[in-house]
Design a protein around this ligand. Structure first.
Ligand code: EPU
Length: 338
């Protein structure tokens, strides 16, 4: 176990904020975590947060408390037959390393989630998603430790109450459980999900054979073409979630903006891309002090160098105001302010 005082979090948040935590604790196993939460070395009697890859966080300043990080690794095949394989993965594994591993082994299902930053534990908290696939489509169960008691508890996928970028770990049980392992089920026979965006048309354009490797390659290329690399320019991927509006509100907007992209949801509500709303407000590529809006994808706020969390939040607030004024739609950050 690593316990560090007055520790810089610069390498632990993709916005690249140079902030410090009064204490940083990294544990390697469930046994170590049990000591942290309940044992004599209990670190969690004061203020604390648990982070993953720091790709969905915005630190407003130094963190006066304990920052926990999992270094629980490993990927174990629990069972497999001709159709499926079930894998148990440590929460501290880098998500995209896991996806690369599944593709290398010829296991289908995770390839559309290639190159999403972050770690396995966060995939189960955040229900990460891209190109028509969400983590919940692959998750069988989530192993946790209850913070108050140090007891192990396993949640079935259903119990996690997944929705778009939502789970019970972000809502009702926020701060109550720490994810230690996630079990995923993948296909061993070819099953692809190519309906979203330009994945299929890219395959055709390139004249590529339909293989796992090629789909992963295309997803990586499409992401790299649109999304800034956090190592080059600090960012946290999509800053806002795509808002969901009622059918009536959608129809009113659609009359005024016939070219507005949208996704129909079950039950009649409609999801509108926040990127389009922000773009239409003229924010794409604009600078705001040391913060700014990415010039190829309006959903991404960037640290242009040395921006503080407050500056990014200020920019986010201006964008929210403008979108609300122009379209009457509230957009909410996907990024957590700490
Ligand atoms: N659009 C604009 N202006 C822009 C960018 C996009 O008008 O600057 C329009 C596009 O033309 C398109 C629509 O907005 O019609 C949607 O854009 P896109 O397909 O790029 O997807 P998104 O809704 O912006 C979501 C996820 C991404 C994920 C992609 C692909 C959210 C908040 N974001 O973005 O997730 O990679 O779909 O599936 O749901 C992330 O969570 O960090 C992330 C990158």
């Amino acid at each position: 176990m690593k316990i560090l005082q007055n520790y810089s979090l610069k390498e632990h948040n993709t916005f690249g904020m140079d902030v410090k935590a009064s204490r940083f604790v990294e544990y390697d196993s469930v046994e170590e975590l049990k000591v942290v939460v309940g044992g004599e070395g209990n670190c969690l009697d004061g203020k604390w947060i648990h982070i993953g890859g720091g790709s969905n966080l915005l630190f407003r300043g130094d963190y006066d408390g304990t920052v926990l990080h999992s270094a629980i690794r490993g990927c174990e095949v629990l069972k497999q037959d001709e159709q499926e394989v079930t894998l148990r993965v440590g929460a501290g594994e880098v998500w995209d390393d896991f996806v690369a591993y599944t593709v290398k082994n010829g296991w289908y299902g995770a390839e559309n989630l290639s190159l999403i930053p972050g770690e396995v534990g966060a995939s189960a908290v955040q229900n990460i998603g891209a190109y028509g696939t969400e983590a919940k489509d692959l998750i069988v169960s989530v192993e946790t430790i209850e913070v108050a008691t140090g007891k192990e508890r396993v949640f079935s996928c259903e119990e996690c109450r997944y929705a778009y970028r939502e789970s019970i770990f972000k809502k009702e049980w926020k701060g109550r459980y720490i994810v230690t392992h996630v079990t995923y089920r993948l296909h061993r026979q070819p099953v692809f999900n190519l309906e979203y965006g330009n994945v299929r048309s890219e395959l055709e354009k390139r004249g590529c054979e339909l293989t796992l490797e090629n789909v992963r390659r295309i997803i990586i290329d499409v992401r790299q073409a649109k999304l800034p690399d956090p190592k080059v320019q600090g960012n946290a991927g999509s800053f806002f979630m795509n808002p969901v509006v009622s059918r009536a509100q959608y129809e009113a907007l659609q009359r005024e903006y016939p070219d507005m992209p949208h996704y129909e949801l079950e039950g009649g509500d409609v999801k509108i891309p926040a990127a389009w709303l922000i773009d239409r407000c003229g924010w794409k590529g604009r600078q705001w002090g040391r913060a700014g809006v990415h010039d190829r994808q309006a959903l991404i706020l960037v640290n242009r160098g040395g921006a503080t969390g407050e500056e990014i939040m200020e920019l986010a607030g201006k964008i929210q105001e403008d979108v609300c004024r122009k379209f009457g739609v509230q957009i909410s950050p996907e990024v957590n302010y700490i």
